[in-house]
Design a protein around this ligand. Structure first.
Ligand code: CA
Ligand code: CA
Ligand code: CA
Length: 299
């Protein structure tokens, strides 16, 4: 059976080279490699081979705090690896996503994302620029895995230490942390005796940004059009890289509507206004009529 999809669209190609992203990447830490993937801290980070969100064989990271004083008193884990640090702003991510589970024997938790940046280049170990989630994510002690999303937007973060701007801090992240911090957002969190499981940690691209370059444009449309009708589970690399922009397991018109609603609204679309001096980096004002015709043989 032949199936042909003919789609016409006017695509304004705003950027083909604007996705430089030194440092941070969109890699997903799923702990299937058998390592801690750089997640560290005093709360005894341990790799557990089974019992992640997908059950048997799904490894995850477990941390345990003792609620006393000193190392191990706070329920926290952090990562300073290149994939999690550097110019996070240039990556074009809008949030950090992860799965968390607090066991039945553990108290309810109030988890926050914390971003650290050094005070100055002369003393990079002095992590006195700190931003944390203004609203904590409630993780009940019920043994159930849930997906949590922590926004990276300045409006959703509280500057809990230091005086540098958000823009300077997000461009120079040296540590990403998840931490229990009940009450108002603080620079150091609060002590608690608790346990939490963590899995599938990753930066999230903007809605509609299929190729994860920080822009929502015609290139993302082309990815959707190419994958239209596919089953994302059978067509790696998976959502939304293959066009399943709303991550519902199907590549269909709903994904197109999401893309259309977010068009030109990526995090780097706002700040990527081209300058004459940078004309070589952008194909500005070139409007192309792109026809995507796809014919397949099935069966
Ligand atoms: Ca896993
Ligand atoms: Ca894009
Ligand atoms: Ca979809």
């Amino acid at each position: 059976m032949y199936r042909c999809i003919c789609v016409f669209i006017v695509v304004c190609v705003t950027s083909a080279l604007g996705n430089a992203s030194p440092g941070a990447t969109f890699q997903r830490d799923d702990f299937q490699s058998g390592t801690l993937e750089g997640w560290a801290g005093g709360a005894a980070p341990t790799l557990v081979a089974d019992g992640g969100p997908d059950g048997s064989g799904d490894a995850f990271l477990r941390i345990i705090s003792d609620g006393t004083l000193g190392p191990g008193s706070h329920l926290a884990t952090f990562n300073e690896e290149p994939a999690w640090t550097g110019d996070v702003g240039a990556l074009g991510a809008v949030a950090v996503s992860l799965d968390m589970m607090s066991p039945l024997a553990s108290p309810d938790l109030e988890m926050r994302l914390v971003l650290f940046a050094p005070t100055n280049p002369i003393n990079p170990s002095n992590l006195n620029r700190r931003w944390t989630s203004t609203v904590a994510a409630s993780v009940p002690g019920d043994g159930v895995w849930r997906r949590y999303v922590f926004s990276l937007a300045e409006a959703d973060l509280t500057h809990v230490q230091g005086s540098d701007s958000y823009a300077d801090s997000i461009a120079d992240v040296v540590r990403v942390m998840f931490r229990h911090d009940s009450g108002p957002p603080s620079s150091s969190g609060v002590s608690i005796a608790a346990t939490v499981g963590i899995d599938n940690v990753r930066f999230l691209a903007a809605p509609g940004d299929a190729n994860q370059d920080g822009h929502v444009d015609g290139l993302d449309y082309l990815i959707w059009a190419e994958a239209f009708g596919d089953d994302p589970a059978m067509d790696p690399p998976g959502s939304p890289l293959n066009g399943d922009l709303n991550d519902d397991g199907a590549v269909n018109g709903l994904d197109y509507l999401l893309w259309a609603g977010q068009f030109n609204n990526g995090p780097l679309d706002v700040s990527a206004a081209p300058e004459p001096a940078a004309a070589s980096l952008f194909l500005v004002g070139i409007c192309l009529v792109v026809r995507v015709r796809r014919c397949r043989t099935a069966g």
